[in-house]
Design a protein around this ligand. Structure first.
Ligand SMILES: Nc1ncnc2c1ncn2[C@@H]1O[C@H](COP(=O)(O)OP(=O)(O)OP(=O)(O)O)[C@@H](O)[C@H]1O
Length: 453
């Protein structure tokens, strides 16, 4: 290389914001540009001559070092996401590109790695996710965000709340969020599953008992309602309680006092009640299996949680959320879902709602310790079922299947931005909407553009 070319290359390397460094065959750093100094916070003087893993301390160093792969296999690699630890011990999210370093005669003299700092992108992503978060609940679906909007006001009041929703839609999480946002947040939050216990046990559990109240009652035991004093009580599955228990509960709610079994005097309590159910209580009232007076008493503020299949746009967000939480707990570095794995998750119906999705990701985590979750990591029953549905429609309606495939691919490529997808496909957007509807393509309700707002 002549002096002019060398100087030009050095000037370019020094002026770019990406970090670039080279290593020799012994993994010792030979050059370290200004971008690398900025991202790592380590000076060139300090870095040169050191083993690269001592400078970067990346999660990639121990497992799947891209530079090592390049040197072993003689080709370039692009790693979509990894972390390095900077001089202040802060994790910096980066993408990495590696290739071989050759001399003028084409002899391999080491490797070169280029890395880009994604801290800002990560920060913005977190902020965006934050705006879709209320307590531990995540959602970008309009139906849920309307609830998030009114939740602070609901939390400030002491009114009884009735949360309705199918199993696994997040009723308990919602109740906890209301408690955490309320002035009662420092007092206990107690969740009681009313369907799990027969009447007498439920009564002694909720109201407590006095010594001698029954054969094994050797000493006084306070009930959960008294123990939650000043706090919030979630009465889960309230629709499963018996009419006789409902009478007692109504009295407690109206008087804010409990009478423990075997006691002669009522104990005053101060609790906020949140009731939850997956049943249609007003239908049960009509059928005389749920007391109307109790229904009116608990149905002061009503929140209805949608099914997961009615908010499919939440799936990628929830998946990211569960992966981030599991990475933290288990010290793993799972990056996310592969495109096909996400497509499989998007094609499922989720009768178990968010709990089912959470369990699927947990299952995948057992099998995947790093990199991306692929269809192989998903429960085989799920993959089989989705594949069968796809194959079934492919064999019976090959044209329809082909159309679905193309539209799905273009939507996915355009990050679900339907306008851009229609443009790419050369059709009007209303034609695309009609096709999505007719073909029964299950996709996020909002598109890529609305997500950015
Ligand atoms: N919006 C959400 N964001 C993140 N996690 C959620 C959300 N909704 C529910 N989950 C998770 O899904 C699981 C089920 O939620 P939860 O127990 O609150 O549902 P539920 O409606 O009370 O279920 P069940 O009726 O069966 O008791 C929990 O692990 C919860 O953390």
């Amino acid at each position: 290389m002549d002096t002019f070319t060398r100087n030009t290359t050095e000037t370019i390397l020094e002026s770019i914001s990406d970090g670039v460094f080279t290593v020799d065959h012994e993994w010792k750093i030979m050059s370290f540009n200004h971008g690398a100094e900025k991202i790592t916070g380590i000076s060139r003087k300090e870095a040169i001559g050191k083993h690269c893993w001592n400078v970067f301390r990346s999660n990639m160093c121990q497992n799947e070092c891209a530079l090592k792969k390049t040197m072993q296999e003689g080709r370039s690699f692009f790693s979509s996401f990894t972390y390095i630890i900077n001089c202040k011990k802060k994790r910096i999210p980066t993408t990495v590109f590696t290739s071989l370093l050759k001399d003028e005669n084409g002899n391999i003299i080491g490797g070169v790695e280029t890395f880009r700092d994604h801290s800002l992108v990560e920060e913005l992503r977190k902020k965006l996710n934050g705006s879709f978060q209320m307590g531990d609940m995540i959602s970008q679906a309009q139906s849920m965000r309307s609830i998030f909007k009114i939740l602070p006001q609901i939390s400030q009041s002491d009114s009884t709340v009735l949360i309705m929703g199918e199993t696994g839609t997040g009723k308990e999480l919602m109740a906890k969020a209301i408690h955490d946002l309320s002035p009662r947040k420092d007092a206990p939050f107690v969740a009681i599953n009313c369907s799990a216990l027969p009447d007498t046990l439920l009564e002694s559990e909720l109201f407590g008992y006095k010594a001698g109240a029954f054969t094994h009652a050797t000493k006084d035991k306070p009930g959960q309602l008294s123990m939650a004093n000043e706090g919030t009580v979630l009465l889960d599955e309230i629709g499963d309680t018996s009419p006789s228990f409902q009478v007692k509960l109504l009295r407690v709610l109206e008087e804010q006092a409990v009478l423990p079994l075997g006691a002669v005097k009522k104990e005053q309590i101060n609790i906020r009640i949140i009731a939850a159910t997956n049943k249609n209580l007003s239908q049960m009232v009509d059928a005389n299996i749920f007391r109307q007076d109790l229904f009116y008493r608990i149905n002061v503020v009503q929140l209805k949680l949608p099914l997961l299949k009615q908010r499919m746009e939440d799936i990628p967000l929830l998946v990211d959320h569960f992966i981030a939480a599991l990475n933290k707990i288990q010290g793993k570095f799972v990056r996310g879902l592969s495109k096909t794995a996400l497509e499989i998750l998007m094609a499922h119906d989720y009768p178990g709602n968010i709990r089912e999705l959470e369990n699927i990701i947990e299952h995948a985590f057992v099998l995947c310790s790093k990199g991306e979750i692929t269809p192989d990591h998903l429960p085989s029953s799920l993959t089989r079922q989705v594949m069968m549905e796809i194959e079934d429609s492919t064999s019976r309606f090959p044209l329809k299947a082909a159309e679905i495939k193309v539209i799905r691919a273009y939507l996915s490529k355009n990050n679900y931005d339907r306008n851009a997808t229609a443009r790419d496909l050369g059709i009007h957007k209303s034609t695309l909407f009609r096709k999505i509807d007719r073909l029964g393509i299950k996709l996020p309700k909002i598109d890529g553009r609305s997500k950015k707002k």
